[in-house]
Design a protein around this ligand. Structure first.
Ligand code: DX5
Ligand code: ZN
Length: 226
């Protein structure tokens, strides 16, 4: 995974057909997805429940790009090995998920994955100031986590502050929640490079008719790069 700060569109499979994940991943990658964003929810850290390591492992053989696993779970550490075994390329933990984010990021890297840390809308950028050298990605939530299709919460100041403190470190700034053609320019201008989009990518298409996936991805990318 060579580092570059070009715009990457990461469709979130939370908005895909849960009965057809393999076909959906193949379709959305064929339509131009750069990464695949996989939302793991435990019904404890967030008020929703999706799937765990077995599903992620089954998905792995269909992902040819980057499997970007977003853990909305607490605690995290006990599951790191299982997600490494499942084949996650990037594993992102929420700074709010427990008291030891420093140790969690060390453990994720120790398991051979790229380490990400996610910040909920109410969490200041300073919460990651002391772990910048332990992470490869910072995920700025622009919705309160748990569901797709929510309204965008503008976090431009936090994104710009992170972009400043990161400096020339090879750390991706990922934006997650409510990203579409309207909000993409805002977050790109603030300094983001990975744009997660669920409903804005999967809307209007299906495994049988994936063309809208490509149209949606191209529109979001053009809006971000414009
Ligand atoms: C929310 C998830 C997001 C969500 C994005 O808890 O972390 O990845 O699926 O979906 P949209 O793009 O529809 O807001
Ligand atoms: Zn997510």
């Amino acid at each position: 995974m060579a580092f570059d700060r070009s715009i990457k569109i990461a469709p979130s499979i939370l908005a895909a057909d849960f009965a057809n994940f393999g076909a959906e991943v193949r379709a959305v990658e064929a339509e131009g997805a750069d990464w695949i964003h996989v939302d793991v929810m435990d019904g404890h850290f967030v008020p929703n429940l999706t799937f765990g390591p077995p599903m992620v492992k089954a998905l792995r053989r269909h992902v040819t790009t980057v499997m970007d696993v977003h853990l909305m779970i607490s605690p995290v550490d006990a599951y790191i090995a299982a997600f490494a075994d499942a084949g996650a390329d990037v594993l992102t933990a929420h700074v709010e998920a427990g008291p030891h984010i420093h140790r969690t990021l060390q453990a994720i890297r120790g398991a051979g994955m790229k380490a990400g840390v996610a910040l909920n809308p109410g969490t200041p950028a300073g919460a990651v100031a002391h772990v910048l050298d332990l992470c490869d990605l910072i995920c700025v939530m622009t919705v309160n986590p748990g569901f797709g299709g929510q309204s965008f919460i503008d976090m431009s100041d936090k994104i710009a502050e992170l972009r400043r403190v990161i400096g020339d470190r090879e750390i991706h700034i990922e934006i997650d929640g409510g990203v579409d053609v309207k909000t993409a320019p805002t977050v790109a201008r603030a300094g983001a490079d990975v744009l997660v989009a669920g409903s804005a990518v999967f809307r209007g298409g299906s495994v049988g008719d994936p063309a809208p996936y490509g149209e949606n991805i191209r529109a979001i990318r053009a809006a971000a790069e414009g």
